[in-house]
Design a protein around this ligand. Structure first.
Ligand code: RIB
Length: 306
């Protein structure tokens, strides 16, 4: 069982010839609306990958709330602990350029008012609590402590990296997933460079798996004295939005399902690759069958013990 405690957004996406610089306006054709939010995206990705998923979070009382929850609802994610709070649903303004690279501005809305107490009665022993950086850091930390007390494991994807409490948050984490930019930001707090190996060597422990995602280059993962490097297959990239979320959701689902570490990581890489081939952060989340087929094409380029 996976519980995701995180953001739920409505994404407004515009395809642009290139992403704007500061003070610049760039035009694209029509916009498209998608359900999004890193929490909701990871919940959906884990569900599509085969896990039972409970979403804990909030939407507003505006017209975006229903659309933001629509994919989770139809996929069978348990939404009984998603609250409707007065005010606006979280909103993301996303530009996607021809290379698939994106730029995102988020208005937190109801996501800024989630409460860790909503997790009471929800987290079960031996389950997995999955969090990202789109809910307040102090609330995320309280949620992690609740998970520890309940005997659950904490899966943390600090995206975006919070400006405070990062040491406490990482200390309470069993599975840490960052991209290269996040590795640099988190590494700075721990006095280590963002170099993936330096970062993993510093933060991975006997009890903590650390994964650095490297986009088209794949991933590096360290746990105990084990290091795994995986390279994804080549795909036609349309939109990278949500690729990291697909990776996290599929990895969480595989670990929750008891998969061996290398297999679980391959499933994550396969899901992240597939997610780049479709526009939208949730529409692109692949099924368990698609992930299994694609995972055969993920290459292990150096598993070794330190
Ligand atoms: O990771 C992609 C997500 O980031 C989008 O769905 C958007 O809502 C922002 O939260």
């Amino acid at each position: 069982m996976i519980t995701v405690f995180g953001s739920i957004n409505l994404d407004l996406v515009v395809s642009v010839p290139r992403l704007p610089g500061p003070g610049e306006t760039v035009s694209g054709p029509d916009h498209q609306s998608f359900a999004g939010g890193k929490g909701a995206n990871q919940a959906l990705a884990a569900r599509r990958a085969g896990a039972d998923v409970h979403m804990v979070g909030a939407v507003g009382t505006d017209a975006f709330a229903e659309l933001a929850l629509s994919n989770l609802k139809s996929a069978g994610v348990d939404l009984s602990t998603v609250r409707n709070l007065d005010g606006a649903t979280g909103l993301a303004l996303i530009g996607v350029e021809a290379s698939g690279e994106n730029q995102i501005i988020v208005a937190s809305g109801a996501n800024a008012r989630v409460e860790a107490a909503w997790l009471d009665q929800v987290i079960a022993p031996k389950s997995l609590l999955v969090l990202q950086g789109e809910v307040p850091a102090n609330v995320a930390l309280d949620a992690m402590k609740a998970a520890q007390l309940a005997g659950a494991k904490v899966f943390y994807n600090p995206a975006p990296v919070p400006r405070m409490m990062i040491e406490e948050l990482v200390s309470a984490t069993d599975i840490l997933v960052v991209n290269e930019t996040e590795a640099e930001e988190v590494g700075r707090v721990f006095g280590v460079s963002g170099d993936p190996d330096d970062f993993c060597a510093k933060l991975a422990t006997d009890d903590r798996l650390v994964v650095v995602t490297l986009g088209a280059q794949g991933i590096v993962a360290w746990q105990k004295d084990r290091v795994i490097r995986l390279r994804p297959p080549t795909v036609d990239v349309v939109d990278t939005t949500g690729a990291g979320d697909a990776f996290c959701g599929a990895l969480a689902a595989a670990l929750d399902n008891g998969r061996e570490l290398e297999t679980a990581l391959k499933y994550g890489v396969a899901a992240g690759s597939l997610a780049c081939t479709v526009t939208g952060a949730q529409t692109s989340a692949p099924t368990a069958e698609q992930i299994a087929v694609m995972s055969e094409k993920v290459e292990n380029i150096g598993a070794f013990t330190t």
